[in-house]
Design a protein around this ligand. Structure first.
Ligand SMILES: Nc1nc2c(ncn2[C@@H]2O[C@H](COP(=O)(O)OP(=O)(O)OP(=O)(O)O)[C@@H](O)[C@H]2O)c(=O)[nH]1
Length: 191
């Protein structure tokens, strides 16, 4: 059983504009919310789990929440990542709440590739890279802060200015994510 000695943060504070209702709160896999599904299935593999949100008051369950830094009023994964690193100040595994098929083995492989001096280790697959299935070190926060100070939310620019490695996995399937209602439907069928 893989055991990854870093905290895992489930990132769940987006607008869900394409889904039409908050993805993090959708029922999934027998759980009241997709967020609780993710916490439950990944809990055995990490020493601590947290949930990142713009405002955690939206959740009706208990967990260790990391609210976004209130100085950033915009929504973006970059805002979430910087807020997480500022609060935890340790290397962290992160996972987008809307990817219910990412396995612990994927994080184990990312961790095996994480070396002294790395700023980020990001999963990739044939069709895409997955910036929210990754390990980030606090050393990348400075570059993120500078980027957000320019009101620039593209994580790719942060990658190009830091020591970021991409680890490519064979299949796109574990990275299937739920952006639209038909993808939510398909994910329920795939379970
Ligand atoms: N904490 C936090 N999470 C965010 C923020 N913006 C996006 N996320 C999360 O980042 C992940 C990827 O977000 P997207 O799917 O690109 O955006 P989204 O806002 O959820 O959905 P769309 O509005 O349809 O683009 C999701 O798990 C979101 O919950 C933010 O400002 N704060």
């Amino acid at each position: 059983m893989p055991l990854i000695p870093l905290p895992l943060v489930i990132i769940a504070g987006g607008k869900s504009s394409r889904m039409g209702s908050d993805k993090a709160l959708l029922p999934f896999g027998g759980f009241k919310t997709l967020t609780e599904f993710q916490l439950h299935r990944l809990k055995p593999y990490f020493p601590r789990l947290h949930v990142s949100a713009k405002n955690s008051e939206k959740f009706a369950f208990e967990a260790s929440f990391i609210d976004d830094n209130p100085n950033f009023t915009d929504h973006s994964p970059l805002v979430a990542l910087l807020s997480i690193l500022e609060q935890l100040q340790t290397p962290v595994c992160v996972l987008s709440v809307d990817t219910p098929f990412v396995t612990p083995e994927i994080f184990e492989t990312l961790y095996e590739n994480f070396e002294e001096g790395d700023d980020a280790i990001v999963a990739a697959s044939p069709c895409a890279s997955h910036q929210l299935c990754a390990i980030y070190a606090p050393s990348i926060a400075k570059t993120m802060r500078a980027q957000l100070a320019k009101n620039e939310h593209k994580i790719r620019s942060v990658f190009s200015q830091s020591r970021t490695k991409f680890i490519t996995f064979e299949s796109d399937e574990p990275f299937f994510n739920l952006n639209h209602p038909d993808e939510y439907q398909k994910a329920q069928e795939l379970l």
